[in-house]
Design a protein around this ligand. Structure first.
Ligand code: SAH
Ligand code: SF4
Ligand code: F3S
Length: 473
């Protein structure tokens, strides 16, 4: 069957050529759009859904801001600083809008959801505001904005998962991809804005997740990260086969696609990660031995105020269990310093928990009060900023020691590395990651390997964030 020009481009775009120089067929696109993303991996995955929706409606992606007639920012509200970064970026778009009156600017994602119409009042140059569950209406909103009206849709949904939309892999290395398995969060951690910006938790149709993963593997991808705010509470009823699908079941199905396909997942909530998940990890060599297990605080009193629903002891026991069942598994975490009422003793408990768990890496933040959250309503943000920052520095220093220790321990060991591309510093070296999610750089030598291949690498030395080794095939 003969394809139309538009269909040909759609195919090209789906195969990762989203930015191919297609000026000769530019006329098939109504307009070019430029999109940038902030925040978590789920937001980056959403951007790929948005790009797909736009593409199917005749809009072409461009990396070149000057060429774009539609500018979108997919935003994050998790901390005050995340929002400040977006606001600064929006002021930079003002110049473009002044130079070309036809340019439309749209704010997508969590900040759009949190601020709604207020965003139009506060940021005069914004034409479109669209929340994370409304992306299907983006083409309609663009048309509305083109007539000069402000266009807003921030409705949250109980069932939208975009399961039928095949995302366009935008800034992909062609080896690693994210696959969203659920949306929203029901946990209500008291510090967190996500339940308000992303709505109720819902799991995506397992068949569509497996189909998307297979499709990725068939088009050359070798690593998939299953994404959700709380992947362990994935739960979906399979009407076709009359049974429930848990996260352990889903992980097993994706791991069974092919031995050559690596599987990762993020994020795990300590209260929900089950032995069944750990058993699947142990059973399948291609499920990477790494768990991101945010602790937030090492003090049971603070964890209770945070509404995390586990204690220090529960968390540490979970870590013991992981190490018992998966001896080569690395654990990483998220940590917040200076949450409401945090004392020096609480802070010391965080440092000692970090040491106990031996995190290989952490994302560390000082507490930032978010309007509307339980903590903002109930507790006073009473730890002074300088104390929050000093404690954060101590946490960062502790992580530095733990990461260095972890890297030193890897010297002399051999890991299976998935090659992701040239190293940043030299095209004579490959860069990739171990199952344990550590970056490894090594000389290409005469091995004739390519991006997407696996190779065994023996670690010889390390820097702060990278292991350096050589191929031992
Ligand atoms: N769903 C994941 C993480 C979501 S947000 C989980 O439950 O662990 C990513 C991280 O941002 C959180 O783990 C937390 O460490 C941090 N974070 C969230 N809200 C914050 C706030 N108000 N101030 C500072 N850090 C925050
Ligand atoms: Fe936020 Fe807690 Fe949900 Fe994570 S689990 S997204 S921290 S409410
Ligand atoms: Fe940010 Fe929203 Fe993710 S607030 S961390 S982009 S879910």
């Amino acid at each position: 069957m003969e394809l139309t020009d538009t269909e040909k481009i759609h195919n090209e775009v789906r195969q990762g050529e989203a930015y191919a120089p297609i000026s000769d067929i530019k006329s098939v696109y109504k307009k070019y759009f430029y999109i940038e993303s902030y925040g978590c991996a789920m937001n980056f995955a959403d951007t790929e859904v948005v790009a797909s929706i736009l593409n199917s409606n005749g809009y072409g992606a461009t990396k070149n801001l000057d060429e774009a007639e539609l500018i979108f920012v997919n935003t994050c509200s998790i901390r005050e600083k995340a929002e400040a970064t977006v606001r600064k970026r929006l002021t930079e778009f003002r110049k473009l809008k002044e130079a070309n009156k036809g340019v439309l600017v749209g704010v997508l994602g969590c900040m759009a959801e949190r601020l709604k119409n207020k965003l139009l009042e506060e940021e005069k140059l914004v034409d479109i505001v669209i929340g994370p569950d409304s992306y299907r209406s983006l083409p309609t909103l663009i048309q509305q904005a083109e007539t000069g009206q402000k266009a807003v849709n921030v409705l949250l949904s109980r069932d939208e998962t975009y399961s039928d939309i095949s995302p366009i892999r935008l800034d992909s290395n062609g080896v690693c991809a994210f696959v969203s398995i659920m949306r929203g969060c029901n946990n209500m951690c008291s510090f967190c804005v996500v339940p308000f910006t992303r709505g109720r938790e819902r799991s995506r149709d397992a068949h569509s997740i497996i189909a998307e993963s297979k499709d990725l593997f068939e088009s050359g991808f070798k690593e998939i990260t299953l994404l959700g705010q709380n992947v362990d509470s994935y739960y979906w009823y399979d009407e076709q086969n009359g049974h429930n699908v848990t996260f352990a079941n889903l992980l097993e199905s994706v791991a069974s696609i092919d031995k050559e396909l690596r599987v990762r997942f993020s994020t795990s909530h300590p209260k929900d990660i089950t032995d069944e998940v750990l058993f699947v990890m142990a059973k399948y060599d291609n499920v990477c031995k790494h768990i991101h297990l945010p602790i937030q605080s090492g003090s049971s009193r603070l964890l209770q105020l945070m509404n995390r629903t586990y204690s220090r002891e529960w968390y540490l026991a979970k870590v013991d269990r992981i190490k018992e069942l998966l001896p080569t598994c690395t654990i990483t975490a998220d940590i917040i310093t200076g949450f409401c009422t945090e004392t020096e003793e609480d802070h010391q408990e965080t440092l000692s928990a970090m040491e106990y768990c031996g995190y290989e890496m952490s994302y560390m933040y000082f507490y930032s009060e978010r309007p509307g959250t339980l903590a903002a309503k109930r507790f006073e943000d009473d730890v002074p900023l300088d104390v929050k920052k000093r404690r954060l520095q101590e946490v960062v220093d502790m992580q530095g020691i733990l990461s260095a220790r972890g890297n030193q321990n890897d010297i002399g060991k051999t890991f299976k590395i998935l090659i992701e591309g040239n190293s940043k510093k030299s095209d004579q070296d490959w860069s990739g990651r171990s199952e344990q999610n550590k970056s490894v750089v090594f000389s290409k030598g005469d091995y004739n390997l390519k991006k997407g291949d696996y190779t065994l690498v023996k670690i010889k030395e390390c820097t702060r964030a990278t292991l350096i080794g050589e191929i031992v095939n």
